[in-house]
Design a protein around this ligand. Structure first.
Ligand code: 13P
Length: 340
């Protein structure tokens, strides 16, 4: 395997930084824009994302990689510079979402399976030419009384492993993202059980498909109570159970684990990551690949108006800095008071 895969996989989770997930599909970004009464057009999406990628301090200091959507990786900034070049100039690695969404799984009510393997080899070659050096594929596991079924877990983890093998063949680092959704009233024990089964299945499939773990990044959800659980676990328990579960199920050969935020509040996502890293003595780098937990504040500050861009960039820089500290267990709630 090319040495470059190992270098990129380690760089993406290096302490102090993490990934900005800016790969919302056109449908999802429209929902985000609607929430702040901003119009979603190809131009406004470009303007918003260009503003994020021009947040110089954050990009240089605390953002190791940016995940792009197909539209964005082909777009140019207002001055004609490709957005990919802006990202590279800031010393950040461009990446690309390559899955084609989680679709209802036949014969399995309430469960989803992610599509996108057909034609993936050709798409990866194209994305490499456009500058992508890592990719992302998200599998979705739902928790309810009778689900997930073993068939749903296996189908999704098999697809993730097939995707990862194709990425490495194309010299692109695969981010494998098995998201166990927070939706529901389940407790943290149930999340632990489903997360462990999912991760064990994922690594069995990766082994079978001959995926090199040193050149792979894991993007998991944390072990956490369901969003409607009445007896929610606190920050310390989330950190302890997450690390306990991962020690059982995630090989130490994985260089970087970058969590998704999955609907956690900005502050919860930072506090949990900080508590995880405060446990110390971990075999992996533990960092972030946040979408909503990095973008909620800048999106609100921006609200579709050019004159708000400096405020929005300050909001992104602040959240990126807070999460950068959390990768080192050095974040403190008092630091949030400096919020712009
Ligand atoms: P969230 O952090 O908003 O969950 O998004 C991360 C992501 O890339 C989901 O696929």
């Amino acid at each position: 395997m090319a040495k470059s895969l190992e270098i990129v996989a380690a760089a993406l989770g290096a302490p102090g930084g993490g990934i900005l997930a800016a790969d919302e599909s056109t449908g999802t970004i429209k929902k985000r824009f609607d929430s702040v009464h901003a119009k979603s057009t190809e131009e406004t999406r470009r303007n918003y994302r260009e503003m994020l990628f021009q947040t110089e301090v954050a990009m240089r200091e605390n953002i190791s990689g940016v995940i792009l959507y197909d539209e964005t990786i082909r777009q140019k900034a207002k001055d004609g510079t490709p957005l990919v070049e802006l990202i590279k100039a800031a010393g950040t690695i461009p990446g690309i979402k390559v899955d084609q969404g989680a679709k209802p799984m036949a014969g399995h009510p309430g469960e989803l399976v992610t599509e996108g393997l057909t034609g993936l080899r050709d798409r990866l070659a194209d994305y490499y030419e456009l500058g992508a050096r890592f990719a992302k594929w998200r599998a979705v596991i739902n928790i309810a009384s009778h689900i997930p079924t073993p068939a749903c877990i296996r189908a999704n983890m098999h697809a993730l492993a097939r995707y990862a093998a194709l990425c490495q063949e194309a010299n692109i680092v695969p981010i494998v993202e098995p998201e166990v959704l927070m939706d529901g009233d389940h407790d943290i024990e149930r999340c632990y059980e489903v997360t462990e089964a999912t991760l064990r299945s994922l690594f069995a499939e990766l082994y079978e498909q001959r995926v090199n773990l040193e050149g792979t990044v894991l993007k998991p959800s944390m072990v956490i109570s369901g969003s409607k659980c009445t007896n929610r676990a606190g920050v310390e328990e989330v950190a302890e159970k997450t690390v306990h579960c991962f020690r059982r199920a995630v090989p130490a050969a994985i260089p970087s684990i970058v969590f998704l935020s999955g609907g956690q509040s900005d502050l919860d996502a930072t506090a949990h990551l900080n508590a995880i890293n405060s446990l110390g003595n971990l075999p992996w780098q533990m960092s972030f690949s946040y979408g909503r937990a990095l973008q909620a504040a800048p999106l609100k500050a921006w609200s579709g108006k050019t004159e708000n861009e400096p405020k929005a960039q300050a909001a992104l820089a602040h959240r990126a800095a807070m999460n950068g500290l959390a990768t080192q267990g050095a974040w403190k709630p008092e630091l949030e008071k400096a919020t712009p």
